[in-house]
Design a protein around this ligand. Structure first.
Ligand code: C5P
Length: 402
């Protein structure tokens, strides 16, 4: 049975609270990104936030009336704090200032945003993205308040570290909008892999011929990276071993960069004994060149072409599957024809419980894919969808099997 999953944020109503801080400018992008994820956004701003960003901007971006005043008579019953918090699936305060953290820690409610946080029903999660100067973040009072909020089940997102608008450097930067989106997606994903350690290989490998040339393939890494993100959303501790790609490390995952199949093999075996699940998505080169030239091969005229000699690369997945206590192994097969036949044979030959088959020319470099899952009960297809969506479906399929 195929489980159809949609984007975890689709249809979710998010109250996005802005408090006073220069990071308000990032809240504009965050609002758009939430809408791109098919959430609806109700913006609520404090007076100080209105000094940094006008409600008109947030109104235009969210498509909803922005509320900033506790006594706003536009809302039914004049009880904005009740109405707005009851409608929310989650409340996200981004940026969350030092002062607002202190207010939340002490249960103050002398403005609309703090009042609706205090008034929120128990099932509505409160997430905050602190944004402040490094000294303000490190002050004992702030840290005390953060500990109190953690005890009170408030999720603290970040802060990040780096250059600050004030010119100082350190902890206190608000997370970037894409990082906050990753956190929000994770917040709405059931934790089907909670506590599981997952190792994923992704992308192509690159086998050198000389210092500037090599053999590689058209794998973009998109499928493997999407699976890493989906595993993180599902609560796993994720490490990604990646060949050369142009992709950013998925939020929350640890990435180890490699180039050759042998390096990928070694990076996998350095970590494999501690893993619960191994997902081998990488398009690993089958052969490597034995006569790699130390210097760049020179172009000769005539037909004096370089003579390359090859040897077999290790089969990482087959070696992992052959361990005495292997993790749960998932392989991929990229075939150009006879997908069902070749994938069935490949799964049995590599001795793995689950293999994902796809047509190479329909996946390499693309954002969408169609996959077929092969296990000892047979096979079934997951229809054409974005790789992020397929990755989430695959993670659910894996979680049902481990
Ligand atoms: O043997 P073949 O390349 O067709 O199998 C594909 C599967 O095996 C993929 O999961 C791929 O990541 C893995 N593989 C591997 N090491 C290799 C070749 C493939 O782990 N040398």
């Amino acid at each position: 049975m195929t489980t159809i999953v949609s984007n975890p944020l689709k249809g979710k109503h998010i109250v996005l609270g802005l408090t006073g801080g220069i990071a308000c400018y990032k809240a504009a992008e965050l609002c758009r990104s939430l809408i791109r994820q098919e959430a609806t956004v109700q913006v609520v701003m404090t007076d100080s936030a209105c000094q940094f960003m006008t409600p008109v901007t947030m109104q235009a971006l969210s498509g909803n009336t922005v509320y900033a005043n506790q006594w706003d008579a536009r809302i039914h019953n004049n009880m904005a704090h009740i109405e707005l918090s009851r409608a929310a699936h989650a409340i996200l305060i981004a940026p969350c200032s030092t002062d607002f953290i202190a207010k939340l820690a002490h249960g103050h409610c002398d403005d609309l945003l703090s009042a609706l946080c205090v008034a929120r029903p128990a099932q509505v999660p409160l997430l905050i993205a602190p944004a402040m100067n490094v000294e303000m973040w490190q002050k004992p009072a702030t840290q005390r308040n953060i500990r109190q909020l953690i005890d009170d089940n408030v999720r603290i997102l970040g802060p990040g570290e780096g250059d600050q608008a004030c010119g100082e450097v350190g902890l206190g930067r608000m997370l970037e909008p894409d990082q906050l989106i990753a956190e929000m997606l994770a917040a709405f994903t059931p934790k089907s892999l909670a506590g599981k350690r997952v190792l994923i290989t992704a992308g192509p490998t690159f086998e050198p011929i000389d210092p500037v040339r090599g053999l590689t393939n058209l794998s973009s890494g998109k499928m493997g990276y999407a699976i890493a993100q989906a595993a993180y959303e599902a609560g796993a501790d994720v490490q990604l071993i990646s060949g050369p790609t142009a992709l950013n490390t998925p939020y929350g995952c640890i990435r180890h960069q490699v180039q050759t199949a042998q390096q990928m093999h070694d990076a996998v075996f350095d970590r494999i004994s501690k893993q619960d699940i191994f997902i081998s998505v990488a398009a690993v080169a089958d052969w490597r060149i034995t006569n790699v030239s130390k210097q760049k091969l020179k172009k000769n005229t005539g037909d004096d072409f370089p003579k390359l000699t090859f040897e077999q690369n290790p089969d990482i997945l087959a070696e992992v599957a052959a361990l005495s206590r292997p993790p749960y192994c998932v392989g991929f097969a990229a075939e150009s024809e006879n997908l069902i036949k070749y994938s069935t044979i490949k799964r049995l030959k590599k001795n793995i419980p689950l293999l994902v088959g796809n047509i190479a020319q329909n996946t390499f470099g693309l954002n969408q894919n169609e996959i077929v899952l092969f296990d000892d009960k047979g096979h079934h297809s997951l229809p054409l969808a974005d790789k992020t969506n397929l990755a989430r479906q695959l993670i659910i399929e894996i979680s049902h099997r481990i």
